[in-house]
Design a protein around this ligand. Sequence first.
Ligand code: GLU
Length: 453
Amino acid sequence: MHDVTQKLLDHVVKVDPHQPEFIQAVTSFLASIDNLVDDLPQIVYHKVLDRLVEPERVIMFRVPWIDDDGQLQINRGYRIQMNSAIGPYKGGLRLHPSVNLSILKFLAFEQTFKNSLTGLAMGGGKGGSDFNPKGKSDNEVMRFCQSFMTELSRHIGEDTDVPAGDIGVGGREIGYLYGQYRRMNNKSVGILTGKGPSFGGSYIRPEATGYGLVYLSAAILESKGKSFEGKTCLVSGSGNVAQYTVEKLLHMGAKVATLSDSSGVLIDESGIDEKKLAYVKTLKNVRRGRIAEYAQQFKEAVYIPHNGSEDSNPLWEVKADYAFPCATQNEINLKDAQHLVANGVQLVGEGANMPSTLEADAFFKESGILHVPGKASNAGGVAVSGLEMAQNSQRLQWTPQQVDQQLQQIMKNIFVSINSAAEKYSTKDNYVDGANIAGFLKVSEAMIAQGYV
Ligand code: GLU
């Protein structure tokens, strides 16, 4: 590693030793930027990297709410306003018991470069709470969201910071959060994205992350003379990103063999078709059930309990052509990566944020597999959030076809920019470096132009 990047990494480890996910994200990013340091001395002169690893602002707050038994519950809320050099802070809210400062800082850091890659004017942010929506009633979720927004409201704004969904935050939560903001401020403005289409939401926003992942992967495969037709794909997760990844893979003629949730893995070698996907959508989005139920409904499927504590994940042992981790960070470790490569998987497209550990990343690089990092491949979600902001500013609503067309164009543009950055500054097909570098260059230019802020 270059002296400059090594020193900075040592500093990050020294000041935040208890933030392993943030350190991981910074390590991976700096490894890609290493090659640029000597060629672009202005980055060092203006201390761009040093500024990037320090959030512009971190907001932490108490979230008191009353449960259905009338008991007061307290959770911790956060908003990381990471970088606003290219536009208002933008990024999701995550509700999950694992949420802490390390996880949100890593997500906000990644978001900064992801948003830059979309070509839209959005800075990086992230937020959420350690509140666990699992098993909570609709009314409990509503009371939590109202309390969360009561504090968050003073920190956000359509030109300041525009949150959206992430794990544990979908249409239901965004609706409750938006309602509370509107009531408190007596204003109907686009302060959140992922809203319902009846109150300013964009069509295709729920589909966008999964669809975008498949569009970008298709562009990469096409450049290699390959396609999805007749290919077997592995998808992990079963939430919004996984569901619409499966949907678009089916549109493209692929076969999908797996899904999962935090309790286990579902393997359906006969293929998850449209009908089974519709079952999954109702199971997860309406009944809020567990993926284990799928195997009771469709007897050809196998369910394997797995909670992540095991040393490898059986989902990544299924023989396939392409793999799409759409669950959460660090879901693919070195062993999993070895299984994927040994089984002949040729492309790993990340629907989740940072789903591969540093060791898995290094193994993918060594093996020469096509590896598309989340900050590029899952950027379709936030890209359509950007389009939702544009529609809100115009007080217009575009048709699903108009939005989908723009999403496809944005994903094609991302392919061109990560591909050419890889060729120019790193090695051909190294999309990890390509995404980090292409995302970084725009943010860096904006930061230098605006002086020391
Ligand atoms: N949470 C999503 C992401 O990781 C979407 C954020 C947004 O739409 O603002 O990019």
